[in-house]
Design a protein around this ligand. Structure first.
Ligand SMILES: [Zn+2]
Length: 281
């Protein structure tokens, strides 16, 4: 059924308190003269965590069905993540980075990104844990990866997730956020995105003027995940070979994309799919 609305959502940036979640993220309806409809009518901008939508009509009130809520977010207990902040000297990647960047720099990186080392589970002993803390500081889970002494992924072992190796989290469903998302605070809005967590860590040392996030994969720039970057100044730094795919995302979201690697890479480097960290180191 098509309905011709007399009221339209307010196009100004004015936000009110949402009748559902109480946050000041509520856009109200106005009529042609600019008068607001009653304060229960409007749409909450927190589509994921609230989803309130109430549409007025000129004759009768239409209460739209609530937007289908996305699956409830599940979190890892903070203490479980904190427990893994230990025994860094036993991790290959950490040792490699200390060798390249020095102890203090790596110490700062570990703290910045809240990196963990798995000590609990026999199959993933001493693997690095790339914890994903979201912008609200909730732990979405951690990706466990094995690196060799050369600082590269040990591809004989596929990565896994913390909630999969810890039986306490049976039935846990992960909703990924950006690696490093907890670093987005206040008005600091120069964001840079790379694919790998390791690259984000290294780049954050050399170019601290950006908040470096990792998408975790080539396809890790989905709409819901990227909503947290609304109104921020974002630059993508794709790995070699990923430029075209990420260019599509850059234009979709109105972001910048760096050509720095594309323009300087040799054919061999392109073949290897190098990323910005390979150049920085
Ligand atoms: Zn709301």
């Amino acid at each position: 059924m098509a309905v011709d609305f007399k009221f339209k959502l307010d196009t100004s940036s004015k936000k009110f308190r949402c009748p559902n979640c109480g946050k000041k993220t509520f856009v109200r309806y106005r009529d042609e003269k600019g008068n607001y409809a009653a304060d229960i009518f409007g749409r909450c901008d927190r589509e994921v965590n609230c989803g309130y939508l109430n549409i007025p009509d000129n004759e009768k009130v239409i209460v739209a069905p609530k937007i289908q809520r996305r699956k409830k977010l599940m979190f890892i207990d903070y203490e479980d993540a904190v427990k893994t902040s230990t025994r860094f000297e036993e991790n290959n990647l950490i040792n490699f980075l200390v060798d390249k960047l020095g102890y203090d720099a790596v110490d700062a990186i570990v703290e910045r990104y809240r990196i963990g080392i798995d000590q609990t589970f026999p199959t993933t002993q001493n693997w690095i844990i790339w914890w994903q803390f979201d912008v609200d500081d909730n732990c979405r889970s951690g990706k466990l990866m094995k690196y060799g002494p050369d600082g590269r992924r040990d591809k004989s072992q596929s990565s896994t997730w913390y909630h999969k190796v810890n039986p306490k989290y049976k039935g846990f469903e992960v909703t990924q956020c950006f690696f490093g998302e907890h670093l987005i605070v206040g008005n600091q809005n120069k964001i840079a995105i790379v694919e790998s967590e390791k690259t984000a860590c290294i780049a954050s040392h050399f170019m601290p003027e950006f908040i470096w996030l990792a998408s975790g994969s080539l396809t890790g720039l989905g709409y819901h995940k990227c909503k947290v970057l609304k109104h921020r100044h974002v630059t993508l730094f794709p790995d070699l070979g990923a430029f075209d795919k990420w260019k599509v995302k850059a234009s979709e979201y109105g972001w910048n994309i760096s050509r720095a690697l594309e323009d300087r890479a040799t054919a061999d480097e392109r073949e290897l799919g190098l990323d910005i960290a390979d150049y920085l180191i």
